[in-house]
Design a protein around this ligand. Structure first.
Ligand code: HEM
Length: 325
């Protein structure tokens, strides 16, 4: 059983990871990949439920999920369930809801729900390609693969804009407490909630800005990662300062750059024990409270937005007991 307060301190030395490191998580049943450092390469898969025969009675879906549980170790393969899938199974996960399609002045955030999200983590792109194929085969015909996106570590953990990403992430026990549901919710203990948004950067616009303006957009200096105290209220780190919310809004960000052809950006991924902290940050980014829109939108836009529940692990398999499976 997960015991957040007993989790080892070494869990999440995660801000400047360079490689995957095996971490002993004896105390927890969390999907270990959530807490581990970012891998050198990754692939994200999004699946939808294929229409079933009325007589099917979810059997194909259950068989597919059982096969997925055999393949997903929670460490190199992290899995999240969307609300559509949970409701199709006739189950309910308290706190699992749909991504909000928010809008602010000149910005609209798409909500692109998905039944199942798989985050493949590794250090060999070819191995990930084959793992993805095995998972797709295991999930067919109940699930269809809608989206595949490859991601990678850049310059020791920077966004493609060159700014360090993850500096203010909680670490150690705080990371575990932030990302993994504790024993106070026995049914969900060890599980997590993840918000996923694929952002596309417009580097022509970004590069038109002088370096000082780029720094004020983020609110940190790219050269030394120092926070700029007198940055405008629109600066990204001022919009999202986790301690400035009531209650405080901490998340464990595990975002990675992505690139496909000429398009590129950040696959934003944030784990927490509920969607509330992420949503509070997002609402402030689009200016719902005070009309001030996050300066990030000057050069980047989200193409997608979805929420998933990441089950705990039990005996080396996904623990699907909260779904009554
Ligand atoms: C293209 C999209 C984004 C980029 C390039 C980006 C980049 C950054 C950078 C460079 C930092 C400063 C270093 C750090 O503490 O990590 C940062 C901080 C942060 N970002 Fe983002 N971010 C993006 C989207 C988001 C979104 C969608 C959210 C949440 C809704 C978010 C939440 C945060 C938080 C909570 C912090 C730390 C704030 C603090 O407590 O100081 N970011 N981001």
């Amino acid at each position: 059983m997960f015991a957040a307060s007993q989790a080892p301190r070494s869990l999440a030395k995660t801000t400047k990871p360079t490689t995957t490191t095996k971490v002993d998580l004896q105390m927890t049943t969390a999907q270990n990949g959530i807490l581990l450092p970012l891998p050198p390469v990754a692939r994200y898969l999004c699946f939808s439920l294929e229409p079933g025969m009325p007589s099917d009675d979810c059997r194909q879906t259950l068989a597919a999920l059982s096969a997925l549980s055999d393949l997903a170790d929670g460490e190199r393969t992290v899995v999240g369930f969307g609300r559509t899938l949970v409701s199709a199974l006739g189950a309910e996960i308290p706190g699992l809801r749909s991504f909000p399609a928010l809008a602010g002045r000149g910005v609209a955030l798409p909500a692109t729900p998905s039944a199942l999200w798989v985050w493949l983590r590794g250090d060999d792109r070819g191995e990930i390609v084959h793992r993805a194929r095995r998972i797709e085969q295991a999930l067919a015909p109940a699930f269809g693969l809608d989206e595949t996106h490859d991601a990678f570590m850049h310059d020791g953990g920077r966004d493609l804009s060159g700014y360090e990403d993850g500096t203010e992430n909680p670490t150690g026990d705080d990371a575990t407490r932030t990302a993994i549901v504790g024993p106070e919710q026995p049914g969900l203990s060890g599980s997590s909630f993840v918000a996923v948004q694929r952002w596309a950067h417009d580097f022509a616009r970004f590069e038109m800005m002088p370096a000082a303006e780029q720094d004020l957009t983020i609110g940190r200096r790219r050269v030394d990662n120092q926070e700029i105290d007198d940055a405008p209220e629109s600066a990204h780190v001022k919009r999202t300062a986790q301690e400035s919310f009531t209650p405080e809004a901490f998340v464990l960000r595990r975002s990675m750059p992505w690139a496909e052809g000429r398009r590129c950006g950040l696959m934003f991924v944030a784990f927490a024990t509920s969607f509330d902290p992420f949503e509070a940050q997002l609402r402030r980014m689009v200016g719902i409270e005070d009309g001030i829109v996050d300066a990030l939108f000057k050069f980047t836009r989200p193409l997608s937005g979805a929420y998933f529940w990441c089950p705990a692990m039990a005996d080396g398999r996904l623990d699907l007991s909260p779904l009554a499976i």
